[in-house]
Ligand binder design. Structure first.
Ligand SMILES: Nc1ncnc2c1ncn2[C@@H]1O[C@H](COP(=O)(O)OP(=O)(O)OP(=O)(O)O)[C@@H](O)[C@H]1O
Ligand SMILES: [Mg+2]
Length: 342
């Protein structure tokens, strides 16, 4: 891609002899916010560590703005890091933690003071500038870590689960703050999370990883509405996935003929896309959980377990009672065996 700003080419990343990322290719555009998403252990932090220069790739190249930085030391890359472990200086005040990097740059005192104040304002910590990190909550420490990186005006900011210690309300606030920052400053950001809602809300594009491999790369809309593999579909909430064989859905003990041309692959439904209370199929409700806006049911049917949600404003169905349901083909996503949507 010609407009790549951060470019990873054929990166192989390993710990000793254990390769965890075999061949990573990724182009990030200038000013873009990319979310790296995937289950625990899939290699997100490892990929970030290599971009930051904290681990050398076995092979492949990393470049920023056309310059190969694969062998450039971490502190010369112009990359800011906000990682899972904050690595704050415990003996320094909040102010001094943020000022630290600026002092190394030998900027004038007044300039440093105003940049630090601005940075602390941004993350809502201006009132705590005399505190020590150890006297702060986990969420406050994360925000301090963010401020410390931001004031350095990095070319690229790498954020590894930076919001994981925040409560729900702060998380949302910081999410919006990060988006605003990215728009205002134009910093290119790579953001690791395993929270799909966070990735969907924040990212320009999402990289979905599995076992060190990019499963799918696309806009939040594409990943949410058009996942192109069984893994991606499952990850983005198509929790009912059934294999097709010769135009039949194959279940645990039963088969269901479907009016679809496809002879193989999978059909996937979101729990909200399945109608219960009416329809041509029969099952038994085995459990129900109240989840605020929704009720979540598990139906035991000849096909296997089916997860269905209904608005909690509608009357509940009884556990143990037989129930009719409908798997409407027009609400299913068809996934072919090799991962392409048809
Ligand atoms: N220092 C290390 N030495 C050996 N193996 C490691 C090391 N760090 C990570 N790994 C392994 O590499 C794989 C990828 O780990 P990584 O930390 O990149 O995952 P992750 O996607 O960031 O997961 P999480 O969401 O849990 O943070 C895992 O199997 C992990 O056990
Ligand atoms: Mg990690």
């Amino acid at each position: 891609m010609s407009d790549a700003y951060v470019s990873l080419k054929n990166l192989t990343l390993a710990y000793g002899k254990t390769v965890v990322v075999p061949d990573l290719n990724l182009d990030v555009r200038k000013g873009e916010l990319i979310a790296l998403l995937g289950p625990s252990g899939c290699g997100k932090t490892t990929a970030m560590r290599s971009i930051a220069g904290l681990m050398a790739p076995k092979s492949g190249t990393i470049s920023i703005d056309g310059v190969d930085i694969t062998r450039t030391p971490a502190n010369k890359r112009g990359i800011g890091l906000v990682f899972q472990s904050y690595a704050l200086f415990p003996h320094l005040s909040v102010f001094e933690n943020v000022a630290f990097g600026l002092r190394l740059k030998k900027l004038p005192k007044a300039k440093i003071a105003s940049m630090v104040e601005q940075g602390l304002q941004t993350v809502g910590l201006a009132h705590l500038s005399d505190r020590k990190p150890e006297d702060m909550s986990g969420g406050q420490q994360q925000r301090l870590s963010l401020a410390r990186s931001l004031v350095m005006e990095p070319k690229v900011l790498l954020l590894d689960e930076p919001l994981s210690n925040l409560d729900a309300r702060l998380r949302l606030e910081m999410r919006n703050e990060l988006q605003r920052l990215q728009r205002d400053t134009g910093i290119t950001m790579i953001f690791v999370t395993h929270d799909q809602a966070e990735a969907l809300a924040l990212a320009d594009r999402i990289v979905l990883m599995k076992d060190g491999i990019v499963e799918q790369l696309g806009t939040p809309d594409e990943l949410y509405n058009a996942p192109n593999s069984k893994f991606a579909a499952d990850f983005f909430g198509f929790e009912n996935i059934f294999e097709i064989e010769g135009s039949e859905i194959v279940g645990r003990t039963g088969r269901l003929t479907v009016l679809i041309d496809a002879k193989e692959g999978y059909l996937a439904w979101r729990p909200s896309a399945i109608t219960i209370g009416s329809g041509p199929h029969q099952g038994t409700i085995s459990s129900m959980a109240f989840a605020g806006e929704l009720r979540e049911y598990i139906i035991e049917a000849p096909l296997g377990q089916i997860k269905v949600t209904t608005p909690s404003s509608t009357p509940p169905f009884d556990i143990g009672s037989p129930i009719a349901f409908d798997l409407a083909i027009d609400k299913a996503r068809h996934l072919s065996k090799n991962g392409e949507e048809t």
